[in-house]
Design a binder for this molecule. Structure first.
Ligand SMILES: NC(=O)c1ccc[n+]([C@@H]2O[C@H](COP(=O)([O-])OP(=O)(O)OC[C@H]3O[C@@H](n4cnc5c(N)ncnc54)[C@H](O)[C@@H]3O)[C@@H](O)[C@H]2O)c1
Length: 253
């Protein structure tokens, strides 16, 4: 699908992978809406890019419905939606203090899995109302899974379950939307240098990077954004989750 002149929604767009996507899509000519819970950061990025910023909690139905209503009014129907909003919380199923509190599991599932579905349902409804291009395409949705969906490390049960859920939805949703010309894909990143990672101690960052076969380093957010652009532009990519991990397979811990 053409990125030029499309309305593109990027959740988690105020930071890291989402910010890189918002920059790349703007560069490619899209009109970008940056949705995030960090409104100030979203606003300063949107001002720089000439897009719009909207406070939105992806886990909340009303907040996201309100966000999409604003996007329709201010930019038009979205043709591209990239969901990057996500959180990480580490805890063992049974830790030193006993069983993991259920609320901790729930919080991650709400943001990462329910949040992805919330944006998918609203974006797809708007995409379905757009005019199709020559290929019959009306929209493209890209979700952010993780290689943790396949190789969850000890202490990552909630994150792993949430990202596996995201990966599992892609083919199902692509099938449902095939008749409406909407493609649905996910990216499963390995380790990328974003604020989520740069907060870790340097020694931990170095040991994480050392386990990456080639190139033996963390990915750059622009490399993630470049794959997202390819997914949007290439009509044959559909119902897939693409690993972007430099051959990394996570060890148990
Ligand atoms: N960085 C990595 O190595 C890596 C690897 C695999 C997957 N991922 C996934 O990529 C996505 C982006 O991660 P990142 O590394 O850029 O992290 P990040 O922390 O830099 O960015 C995440 C953004 O999401 C926003 N956000 C969090 N909860 C939200 C909510 N409920 N509603 C709206 N916005 C919310 C945050 O405010 C932040 O701006 C996440 O889904 C993460 O799980 C990252």
């Amino acid at each position: 699908m053409d990125i030029q002149n499309s309305v593109a929604v990027v959740t988690g767009g105020a930071s890291g992978l989402g910010e890189a996507v918002a920059r790349a899509l703007t560069e490619a000519g899209a009109r970008v809406a940056v949705l995030d819970t960090q409104l100030e950061r979203a606003e300063s990025l949107a001002a720089e890019l000439g897009g719009i910023a909207i406070h939105c909690n992806v886990a909340d139905a009303r907040s996201a419905e309100n966000g999409f209503a604003q996007i329709r009014e201010r930019l038009g129907l979205c043709g591209i939606a990239v969901n990057c909003a996500g959180i990480v919380r580490g805890a063992k199923i049974v830790g030193k203090e006993g069983p993991m509190p259920l609320e901790q599991f729930n919080e991650v599932i709400q943001v990462n899995l329910v949040g992805t579905f919330n944006i998918l349902r609203l974006a797809a409804a708007d995409m379905a109302a757009r005019e199709a291009n020559q290929e019959g395409e009306r929209g493209v949705f890209v979700a952010t899974s993780s290689i943790a969906a396949y190789e969850g490390q000890i202490g990552q049960v909630a994150y792993t379950a949430s990202k596996a859920g995201v990966a599992g939805m892609m083919l199902q949703a692509a099938r449902e939307f095939a008749g409406r010309g909407i493609r649905v894909n996910g990216v499963a990143p390995g380790i990328f240098m974003t604020p989520m990672m740069s907060g870790l101690p340097e020694a931990v960052q170095e040991s994480l990077a050392a386990n990456v076969p080639f190139p033996s380093r963390m990915g750059k957010p622009e490399e993630f954004a470049s794959l997202v652009e390819q997914i949007i532009s290439n009509p044959m990519i559909n119902g897939e989750v693409i690993r972007l991990d430099a051959a990394l397979r996570m060890a148990p811990r």
